[in-house]
Write a protein that binds this ligand. Structure first.
Ligand SMILES: [Zn+2]
Length: 344
């Protein structure tokens, strides 16, 4: 390569493209309604989306979520991808695993790019009086299938550590807001349920049983409260990834007291971190409100990763310095890691 070109490429690594210029993927959304405004926004601001179907009682059925995503994909070809999931309602029935595998196969044929498991496994699913964790042997045939066929598994297993604390001791406002409205999942109120560590241990035992399974620990793998914990998870499972959905505020909270540590984590694990917001669109906001709300979030996150000054956000009490990450690291977190992991 000519020396001038080499130097150009070297310096380009430091020159930050603008928010609109850089390719961005919000790799953790739940688009549960058919409408256009965020796609128009995505076109104008260089965003693509990954909608993650979730076996969640408050959402529409999994079939409905898939149908919604498929009709959006038809309309906004290549700007949206989706991840499928499966119900555990019949998990103890004979032949349940075969049915699940059949559903996964057919959803993959329709365009799904991975499979999600949710916190209902570990927190709600029961065998008699015992909570059923993700490492239960009845899941093994399903995870074997994913492992053998190189299909990525996305896991929201456990919850932020705040979930086991009283509301007034939680570190970020978003957790206080969520758990005050969702008491059934506020584990501080349910000491009879599994503890914080038990969920993580069950996940690790599952991953140890399936060493070739490609896994994404959603929400910073539920170890959001300390970047050293997330780093420990990523070191233990060298092919695993994590996403940032609804947990950037936890990085910001830690940056108040230890900016260097948070930045070092993002630098050291720049190939393992995937950007996402956990945006849920269920038609509760008008088109204009939705776009304004998401634009505000997107730009605030952008400022956090690329800026270099002190900032504040509503979810966090206190000031912190932005991360001032190099251009190539920003590109990995915002799109390249998602492209490599999800093949989108
Ligand atoms: Zn989510």
């Amino acid at each position: 390569m000519p020396r001038v070109k080499q130097l150009c490429n070297f310096y380009l690594g430091f020159i930050m493209k603008s928010f609109e210029e850089i390719e961005k993927i919000d790799a953790h959304v739940h688009f549960n309604t058919v409408r256009d405004p965020l796609f128009k926004y995505g076109q104008e601001n260089n965003f693509r989306f990954l909608s993650i179907n979730t076996d969640m009682p408050l959402f529409s059925s999994l079939e409905m979520q898939k149908a919604t995503n498929l009709s959006l994909i038809e309309k906004h070809h290549k700007r949206l991808h989706f991840v499928t999931s499966f119900s555990c309602a019949e998990w103890q029935y004979e032949g349940w695993q075969e049915k699940v595998i059949h559903k996964i196969k057919s959803d993959l044929q329709e365009g799904a790019i991975g499979v999600k498991v949710w916190k209902n496994i570990g927190m709600a699913l029961k065998d008699g009086e015992t909570y059923v964790s993700i490492d239960h042997e009845r899941f093994d045939p399903i995870f074997n299938f994913l492992e053998e066929n190189d299909i990525v598994l996305l896991g929201h297993i456990g919850e932020p550590k705040n979930c086991w604390l009283p509301l007034d001791q939680m570190t970020v406002r978003s957790d206080r807001d969520y758990f005050s409205k969702n008491e059934e999942y506020h584990m501080y109120l349910h000491p009879e349920c599994l503890g914080y560590d038990e969920h993580l241990k069950a996940r690790d035992r599952m991953l140890e049983k399936h060493p070739k399974l490609r896994y994404v620990g959603l929400h910073l793998a539920s170890q959001e409260w300390d970047t050293d914990e997330v780093a420990g998870f990523l070191d233990k499972f060298p092919t695993a990834m994590v996403d940032l959905a609804e947990r950037i505020c936890h990085l910001q909270h830690q940056a108040i007291t230890d900016w260097k540590k948070v930045r070092a984590f993002l630098m050291d694990y720049q190939d393992r971190i995937i950007y996402g917001t956990d945006c849920v669109d269920e038609n509760t906001l008008t088109d204009k409100e939705l776009v304004e709300f998401m634009d505000g979030r997107y730009r605030s996150h952008w400022e956090f990763f690329t800026g270099h000054h002190t900032m504040t956000v509503p979810k966090v009490t206190g000031q912190f310095r932005a991360m001032n990450l190099p251009h190539d690291v920003v590109e990995k977190i915002y799109s390249k890691n998602a492209i490599n992991t999800y093949g989108i």
